[in-house]
Write a protein that binds this ligand. Structure first.
Ligand SMILES: Cc1ncc(C[n+]2csc(CCOP(=O)(O)OP(=O)(O)O)c2C)c(N)n1
Ligand SMILES: [Mg+2]
Length: 247
């Protein structure tokens, strides 16, 4: 399971993974859009399993074209886009018009990235299998608006496991987890502090703003042992030990 920055990080914490499954997040740079190409890489590296990619609409709009690469290689991850109409985690920290993004129909866009060619043999180098796959895209997309839709979509992802499953979850924009609200408050408080400091306290601040994890962090499921829980990642709000939020 690959989780992009935003609600996806916090929701991931509630998901119990099967044995052998793990959860990757990209914490130090926190680059939105990372989870989609990371899921592509994971799917290629562990082709016997299935990547599950959790990503917000903002993150998805950074690297959406990688759906095309995934489809072109006939890979079968499950992509779940949380469409909540904007950079919601940012609204919890500091709201403004820059947190609103273009309203895409993400599932239609994804479907359009694997269209049947208008003429035969447009790729003379394709093997017979590749040529067949070009005219029979191995992908389904669904827009999910109700719990019933979600059940149907997950069942389809399970039944049609050889296909790329693209699920766009339409979330009400103010439906935000408590952890995200807490993180937003902690960062907002810190940001509101006086900007001018002595050089030593500013060094301290830089130091505590770095996260405790290595370049890619791993989350353990809620059923974890105490050993496993020590591997859990902590987001520390700049300059404060008290305001850390565990994900
Ligand atoms: C490349 C990059 N640009 C900007 C940011 C700042 N940033 C962090 S989270 C976030 C919003 C993500 O929005 P979305 O993917 O829709 O997730 P949501 O918060 O709505 O769950 C932004 C803009 C970033 N981390 N990386
Ligand atoms: Mg969003």
């Amino acid at each position: 399971m690959l989780c992009d920055a935003g609600e996806a990080w916090f929701l991931a914490y509630h998901i119990m993974l099967p044995p052998g499954g793990d959860c990757q997040i990209q914490m130090p740079y926190c680059s939105i859009g990372w989870a989609l190409p990371a899921g592509l890489g994971a799917q290629l590296a562990r082709s016997q399993g299935r990547s599950v990619i959790l990503i917000g609409d903002g993150g998805f709009q950074m690297t959406a074209q990688e759906v095309s690469t995934i489809a072109r290689h006939n890979l079968n991850p499950i992509i779940i886009v949380f469409h909540n109409l904007g950079y919601k985690i940012e609204t919890a920290i500091h709201d403004g018009p820059y947190n609103c993004i273009a309203n895409w129909n993400h599932s239609q866009l994804a479907a359009s990235l694997s269209a049947i060619p208008y003429a035969q043999s447009h790729n003379p180098y394709a093997t017979p299998k590749q040529a067949y796959n070009e005219s029979h895209p191995l992908m389904f997309t669904m827009q999910v608006k109700t719990q019933g839709d979600l059940k149907t979509a997950l069942q389809r992802a399970y039944d049609e496991h050889d296909k790329l499953a693209f699920l766009e979850l339409c979330i009400l924009p103010d439906d935000m987890s408590e952890k995200v609200r807490q993180l937003g408050k902690a960062f907002a408080q810190k940001n509101a502090e006086a900007p001018f400091e002595s050089s030593s306290s500013s060094d301290e601040r830089k130091h505590s703003a770095t996260t405790s994890s290595s370049s890619t962090s791993r989350l353990d499921s809620p059923g974890e042992t105490s050993d496993q829980s020590s591997a859990r990642s902590t987001i520390t709000s700049p300059g404060s030990k008290d305001e850390s939020v565990q994900v």
